[in-house]
Design a protein around this ligand. Structure first.
Ligand code: BTN
Length: 264
């Protein structure tokens, strides 16, 4: 089969979701610019919570900090989920909660050595396996619409060694036979559980779970924010998902957003 030809079985996803299938409306596109961009438009037009868009190919996939997100048909799972919250809901920590859902789903396949690199990276054996990009728009009915974009590397891809410019991980290092349908359904199920806790109790109720997977706890790190680089020892996270870093200037609490965190 040529590299670009893929099949995606929506019925299989619905079957795998079982009793939770009714909570999602999953749509599949062969190609689009970015599933996040497409779903943001659908959110503004009133699509409901649980709308999911999965694409074989993204021509303008977006990552954090304005970066491009590289993916390839058959080698990647790229999808976005629309979720709606009340205006009163605090959304800090949402993307970290999504990370918990992803590692829970993957751990369910027996994959070990998974960790979370604050704020939004999923790591396998210390290398980036995937990422989360959450974007928010104000809904028309006094609510907030969030688009939760998830990109995962399923198989290593020849082009990426050069284009990514950094070591990366792919699921086939651990599990060769996981299809996009199976991984998508597992993540959606776990996401539902996390979003339920998040809506009712906020991120505070998920902090302990996140800490279990914290990749950099106790490491010497450097943080770059708006051109300013600071270093210190990486601590935990607080109830809003802020990272605590012990520096010479005292304890810093850092919000996600436009921040880069590295091992020093
Ligand atoms: C990151 O690590 O920088 C976040 C990457 C998020 C990528 C996903 S792929 C599906 C969705 N659509 C996009 O354009 N981005 C997200």
């Amino acid at each position: 089969m040529p590299q670009e030809q893929t099949t995606f079985d929506l019925r299989r996803v619905r079957d795998l979701l079982g009793a939770q299938a009714g909570r999602f409306d999953v749509d599949h596109l062969r190609s689009c610019d970015s599933t996040n961009t497409q779903l943001l438009t659908r959110a503004e037009r009133g699509s409901g919570a649980g709308t999911v868009l999965v694409a074989d190919k993204q021509t303008a996939g977006r990552g954090r900090r304005g970066r491009q997100w590289h993916s390839a048909p058959n080698s990647s799972l790229t999808f976005s989920v629309l979720w709606r919250f009340t205006r009163e809901q605090r959304l800090e920590g949402l993307s970290l909660g999504v990370g918990i859902a992803i590692v829970r789903a993957l751990a369910g396949f027996g994959i070990s050595e998974l960790s979370l690199k604050w704020p939004n990276d999923i790591w396998l054996r210390g290398r980036k396996l995937g990422g989360v990009l959450v974007e928010v728009v104000h809904g028309t009915h006094g609510d907030m619409a969030t688009v939760i974009g998830i990109g995962l590397n399923l198989q290593r891809h020849a082009d990426w060694d050069e284009t990514l410019g950094q070591a990366y991980a792919a699921l086939d290092e651990s599990q060769a036979d996981l299809t996009r349908e199976v991984v998508l359904a597992a993540i959606l199920r776990e996401l539902l559980a996390v979003l339920d806790v998040f809506s009712r109790q906020g991120f505070a109720a998920l902090v302990d779970d996140w800490m279990r997977y914290h990749a950099m706890l106790g490491s010497e790190v450097s943080i770059e924010q708006s051109g300013l680089v600071r270093s210190g020892r990486c601590g935990g996270i607080d109830a809003l998902g802020r990272l605590e870093v012990d520096t010479d200037e005292g304890l810093l609490r850092i919000f996600g957003g436009e921040v880069s965190l590295r091992r020093a």
